[in-house]
Design a protein around this ligand. Structure first.
Ligand code: NAP
Length: 243
């Protein structure tokens, strides 16, 4: 089945974890996919792995010049954009009382500010009827000890989606939030074994999710299968935040 034939998609942070799985799935569904990320080697590996219809544009989402360059490349390559997945993000722990300004600024810079400016820079290229998927987190609406700043950054993402869904509805552009629970990706490389174990035990389905499971939800939100869904939040969390 090819649900995204003829579509152009951008996946930020498409060289790792959830973004890589989304890029792989979108390409398998017939889309031309452009992936971004700072690490060229990881981008090269992703392109080699996915093959054919994937282009990598190296860049930092917090850099206005890099976003301009991304927009120019999409314009030159395709002239339009149908699907934008704002996925790049960081999740670093810091206990209340030990949160420094650098931690706050880095998290909000990448997860919030860059999300806004990525959408704003690429919006002129978005086709009417397009789809924007913002990758949030269940941490945006449940309390997660030591993730004060991360949780707040993802709550901001959820808010963006609600506002933009209304603002872009006249153009038929749908904006939805995909909110994963714990998914096994490199983002957990810095997490303690204790956190992994605690989370694992709390998840009703009894395990971490796989990146491919988040990608399947992203496909739904990006494709015509969700043509009457906008401003919504789809959680892929094994039930963790739903009780
Ligand atoms: P990951 O494997 O660490 O991927 C993070 C991605 O973001 C990488 O591709 C990274 O690429 C990119 N990135 C980070 N900072 C960037 C910057 N300044 N400029 C450009 N790209 C940048 O983690 P993941 O788990 O797949 O996370 C993807 C998204 O899912 C994040 O928004 C995260 O908050 C969200 N999420 C994940 C989970 C989970 O359990 N895994 C749960 C809820 C939400 P470079 O390092 O090459 O720049």
């Amino acid at each position: 089945m090819s649900q995204l034939n003829g579509k152009n998609a951008v996946v930020t942070g498409g060289n790792s974890g959830i973004g890589l799985a989304i890029a792989r799935r979108f390409a398998a569904e017939g889309a031309d996919v452009t992936i971004t990320g700072r690490r060229q080697a990881a981008l090269d590996a992703a392109v080699a792995e996915i093959g054919g219809q994937v282009t990598a544009v190296q860049g930092d989402v917090t850099s206005e010049a890099d976003l301009d360059r991304l927009a120019a490349q999409i314009q030159a390559l395709h002239g339009k954009l149908d699907i934008l997945v704002v996925n790049s993000g960081v999740a670093e722990p810091a206990a209340l009382g030990e949160i420094g300004p650098e931690h706050f600024d880095k998290t909000f810079d990448i997860n919030v500010r860059a999300a806004l400016f990525t959408v704003q820079k690429l919006l002129p290229l978005m086709a009417d009827g397009g789809a924007i998927v913002l990758v949030g987190s269940i941490a945006g609406f449940i309390g997660t000890p030591n993730y004060t700043v991360y949780g707040a950054s993802k709550a901001a993402i959820r808010s963006f989606a609600r506002t933009w869904a209304k603002e872009l509805a006249p153009r038929g552009i749908r904006v939805n939030t995909l909110s994963p629970g714990p998914i096994d990706t490199p983002i957990f490389d810095n997490a303690t074994d204790e956190l992994r174990e605690t989370l694992g035990k709390m998840i009703p389905l009894g395990r971490f999710g796989r990146p491919e499971e988040a990608a399947a939800a992203a496909l739904f939100l990006a494709s015509d299968q969700s043509s009457f869904v906008t401003g919504a939040e789809l959680c892929v969390d094994g039930g963790l935040a739903q009780g």
